[in-house]
Design a protein around this ligand. Structure first.
Ligand SMILES: [Zn+2]
Length: 269
């Protein structure tokens, strides 16, 4: 059984989520962790996780690209939801320096808001004894990675997963040794020209990586460009198996065990 550790099931790109579930189960993906991004998906996610507890676990957060859409009062509401509903982790939060600041925001203010909320998410994770799913993205250089890293260091009890990892070996080593963190691989691993992240997947210690789709985005080869579903985590597992000279079952067993531990999934999931 494979677990998709990062997807966004509350999306206008999806119609019938029962069908998404059936198609994912048919591909061997038995559970997924859906990640919150802003006010519109928090409550629907909680309702979905309650309706499909065997298939869906929920995380809530404000995505770094959405920090301008969430007021401090709304963030406080999310905090209350996290305190009163079971959560697999806090996510998806982080820092995104790739996109320009939205209209009406200076680059500096937008980054300051992202940094402030990232710290607030870490405080919440620490309070609730949860881990955290991190997004970092830069146009050039590693500023978002370094800034997120610096904040994560201040919260040694919260383990981070750097989701959609596309960094190099040196970054991965620092995540493992300095933050006790993990990385997770998406369908990008199956794309041409992703040799450096494929290299990391080849040597990464078995207890340090998980698999994900980031669906509805990032559909892997051979379904590139289509609306992605959690089931296609299977193609990420297959690619890692090929790179490491293991069977797909062995990769699934190890990444599923890592996901169960990291997200503290209940017995039977
Ligand atoms: Zn995501």
């Amino acid at each position: 059984m494979i677990i998709d550790t990062h997807c966004h099931l509350i999306s206008e790109k999806y119609g019938d989520l029962d069908l998404v579930r059936a198609e994912s189960l048919a591909l061997g993906v038995g559970h997924c962790v859906t990640q919150g991004t802003s006010t519109y998906d928090w409550e629907p996610q909680l309702a979905l996780a309650a309706r499909m507890p065997d298939f869906v676990s929920s995380c809530l957060a404000v995505h770094p690209s959405e920090v301008h859409t969430v007021s401090d009062e709304q963030f406080e509401h999310m905090v209350q939801l996290c305190r009163s509903h079971p959560q697999a982790a806090i996510g998806e939060t982080g820092l995104d320096y790739f996109w320009d600041a939205p209209e009406g925001w200076s680059e500096q203010d937008f980054r300051a808001r992202q940094l402030h909320l990232l710290e607030r998410h870490f405080e919440l994770a620490q309070e609730l004894g949860l881990n955290i799913s991190l997004h970092t993205r830069d146009k050039v250089g590693l500023a978002s990675f370094e800034d997120a890293f610096a904040i994560a260091r201040n919260f040694p009890k919260v383990r981070p997963v750097f989701h959609c990892f596309i960094g190099d070996g040196a970054q991965a080593e620092r995540i493992f040794s300095e933050l006790d963190g993990l990385i997770s691989f998406t369908g990008i691993l199956t794309f041409n020209k992703s040799e450096h992240v494929q290299a990391v997947a080849t040597w990464c210690p078995a207890d340090r990586f998980m698999v994900e789709t980031d669906s509805p985005f990032l559909s892997p080869t051979p379904h590139r460009g289509k609306v992605n579903i959690p089931g296609r985590t299977k193609f990420v597992v297959d690619k890692i198996a090929e790179l490491r000279g293991m069977t797909a079952e062995e990769v699934a067993d190890c990444t599923t065990a890592n996901a169960r531990r990291f997200f503290r999934l209940p017995e039977g999931v």
